[in-house]
Design a protein around this ligand. Structure first.
Ligand code: NDP
Length: 288
């Protein structure tokens, strides 16, 4: 039976590390790291996510602020707010919650965020830094996946890794992070031929697709580390991942559950990114 990687417990460890780092930063610089979360509109899921982000930041000693704008806010006003936050020295991290209302173009807003405050890691400059091996703010879910993989104890150098899914915010950055750790990485997607055979090669298999139970037990190499990023709602209304959990648990060496695997890691990694951004900004000020 697979070892179940407990995302809740590991996220709690990350938060404890962040609390210690925040305390160190605050005493060194006479201010707490600052995170501002922007929510445009009333999307119920986004309201919950953004409140959780603000509350979690505060619990770690980060100066967390939630700014809410009405759903009908014009794009120019959102961009003006981002510009103001870019200039505000107390703000180290800016997160604009997606999705945005239709009159506000996501690409324009993400491009406007100062890449050094881009704690979601979605700015093209951060994607480029990651791809070229430069220090970058890395998207939170991929960072969380890497931490879970690290907790499994698997040696990534030389390992075969397969990432199913190639989105800019999940699949591609996970693949880059695995490559940076010297894994031999295959990125699979909806046009991949014989996906089961590709997955069976994997010492580390990451599923980031959004299809309930796509990955079957017999797609998994015995002993593999399996990270299930997918969040899907089953016919009974319960959350299920992209991996058929019971079957996978018979074959995998390590496996993340859904819920309680990758999910809890994401906010913890956002908090870690805020400290990373704050430290990098202070270091840049010292150099200037
Ligand atoms: P996208 O829809 O942007 O990307 C899905 C990817 O899966 C695409 O690359 C697509 O291929 C590929 N794909 C679709 N169908 C198949 C198939 N049958 N076989 C192989 N590949 C397939 O999703 P995201 O990357 O944003 O998210 C992926 C999942 O992760 C979702 O369930 C989402 O809810 C979840 N998620 C979870 C988070 C967490 O905190 N735990 C955070 C973010 C996302 P193609 O490019 O060819 O279309």
């Amino acid at each position: 039976m697979a070892n179940i990687l407990d995302g809740k417990a590991i996220a709690e460890k990350v938060r404890a590390e962040v609390r210690a780092d925040v305390a160190g930063f605050t005493s060194a610089h006479g201010r707490a790291p600052g995170l501002t979360v922007v929510l445009v509109g009333e999307d119920p899921a986004s309201v919950v996510y953004t409140r959780n982000k603000e509350r979690s930041a505060k619990e770690c000693g980060i100066a967390g602020t939630l700014i809410r704008l009405p759903a009908e806010t014009p794009e120019a006003e959102v961009l003006a707010l981002v510009e103001r936050l870019n200039r505000d020295d107390a703000v180290d991290g800016i997160l604009v919650q997606l999705p945005l209302p239709k009159q506000v173009r996501e690409a324009e807003v993400l491009r406007a965020i100062d890449p050094d405050k881009d704690v979601d890691g979605f700015h093209a400059l951060n994607a480029g830094r990651l791809a070229t091996g430069h220090p970058a703010l890395v998207p939170c879910t991929p960072l969380g996946c890497m931490r879970l993989i690290a907790e499994s104890g698997v040696e990534l150098a030389g390992a075969r890794a397969v990432v199913v899914g190639r989105s800019n915010i999940v699949g591609k950055p996970i693949a880059q992070l695995l490559l940076a750790k010297h894994a031999t990485v295959t990125i699979a997607h909806s046009r991949t031929r014989d996906l089961p055979a590709v997955c069976r090669e994997a010492d580390v298999l990451v599923a980031a697709v959004g299809r309930a139970n796509l990955v079957r037990g017999d797609w998994i190499k015995p002993g593999a580390v399996v990270i299930d990023v997918g969040i899907n709602r089953g016919a009974d209304g319960k959350l299920v991942g992209d991996v058929a959990f019971a079957e996978a648990a018979e074959r995998a060496g390590h496996l993340t559950p859904v819920p309680g695997g990758v999910g809890p890691m994401t906010i913890a990694c956002l908090l870690a990114n805020t400290v990373t951004a704050a430290r990098a900004r202070e270091a840049a000020k010292r150099r200037a």
